[in-house]
Ligand binder design. Structure first.
Ligand code: AMP
Length: 225
């Protein structure tokens, strides 16, 4: 792997709409390690109308979290795949202290450790503004924003050419519940990881490129970049 790390297991923390999914995709290319988004995995289950997907949709549409044991099974299966052997960028997992403890166990079992946790920090008012304008491609999941990051023609995915949609959970009342869940259940992970010396924090209200640069400065660039 072309990195200063022998392996890089990275968690991106931050409120919904902090841009961590977009950052995870960019970093995944730069560091050549997979981007694992539990939200994307669940949305795929929803699209495929699996029994998990049908159950998940109801919970997601309320802005609530799925049970920790369901998420543990999903993440164990994913991290055990060969493509994660040299590292992974986790986006949306862990989301509770219990999930963070499960993750420690899974990584230990696989002979890996967490190298870094990056908090992409964005104030609540900015989140509500951003998520209200967020749109995504129903085919590939690529994320846009009507003002900050529109597709080239204003309405269709640049890659797939299909019309963009608004996620059901990006409606205003659901955004507020997701933020409430974040502050109650996920924000405690900031202390959890900070106490272990793993946390670095970046200002997520900068431009997309500046956030990427800040993250890479904090965790170290791949060799040759
Ligand atoms: P995201 O795309 O990360 O914002 O996730 C969308 C929704 O999927 C969340 O609001 C939750 O309902 C569910 N979800 C994703 N990841 C998790 C997780 N680690 N634990 C529980 N629920 C999750």
């Amino acid at each position: 792997m072309t990195s200063i790390y022998r392996s890089l297991n990275l968690v991106l923390l931050g409120p919904p709409g902090s841009g961590k999914g977009t950052q995870a995709k960019v970093l995944s290319e730069k560091y050549q390690i997979p981007h694992v988004s539990t939200g994307d995995m669940l949305r795929e289950e929803v699209r495929n109308q699996t029994s998990l997907g049908i159950r998940a949709k109801e919970i997601m549409d309320r802005g609530e979290l799925l049970p920790d044991d369901v998420m543990a099974a999903m993440i164990l299966k994913r991290l055990d795949r060969e493509d994660c052997a040299r590292g992974v960028i986790l986006d949306g997992y862990p989301r509770t202290v219990e999930q963070a403890q499960v993750l420690d166990g899974i990584l230990a079992e696989l002979g890996r450790t967490l190298e870094r946790v990056v908090l992409v920090d964005v104030p609540d008012e900015e989140i509500v503004r951003r998520l209200g304008g967020r749109r995504s491609c129903p085919r590939c999941g690529r994320v846009y924003h009507v003002v900050y990051n529109p597709p080239k023609d204003g309405k269709n995915c640049d890659d797939c050419g299909v019309p963009l949609i608004q996620r059901d959970d990006d409606r205003e009342e659901v955004i507020r519940e997701r933020l409430r869940q974040y502050h109650e259940k996920t924000a405690p992970l900031v202390d959890f990881y900070s106490n272990r010396g793993l946390l670095v924090s970046v200002d997520g209200s900068q431009s997309m490129e500046a956030v990427t640069a800040s993250i890479m400065e904090a965790i170290g660039s791949p060799v040759g970049q």
